[in-house]
Design a protein around this ligand. Sequence first.
Ligand SMILES: [Zn+2]
Length: 113
Amino acid sequence: MEQNKSLPSYDLGDSEMLVEDCVQVSVGEVLNEYKKQLKQQLLSSVFEVDGVSVKLNTTRTNFGGSRHWFVCPSCSKRKGKLLRTPEGEIGCNSCLEVSYQSTRYKGMVETAL
Ligand SMILES: [Zn+2]
C-alpha cells in the first residue's frame, strides 16, 4: 500500500487514516485468483504433444475437487496417461496395444533399443 501514489497524503493530525478504512488486498488472495484463472485457461486449451493435439477433460470428484484427464486422440476416452511409441504414435495403452512389462526392467529395455 505504501507504493500506491493515488492515496492522498494526509497529515497526522485529525484526519489519520486507518487500515480499517482501506480495502486490503493480500498477495495470497490475488495469487489464488490468478491461479484459478490460469488453471481454467490451461484446462480449456489443447496441448500439442509431438505435433498431435491432445485435449484435457475435467471430472468432479465426490469431495468437491476435480480430476484432470487427457482425452486419448485415438479413442477419445479419458486417460490419466498417454503413451508415445518409438514411431511417434500417441494414444492410450489400449489404442496402441501395448502392455506393461515389469516396470523395473522398462528403463533397461528402452536404453537397449
Ligand atoms: Zn485410446
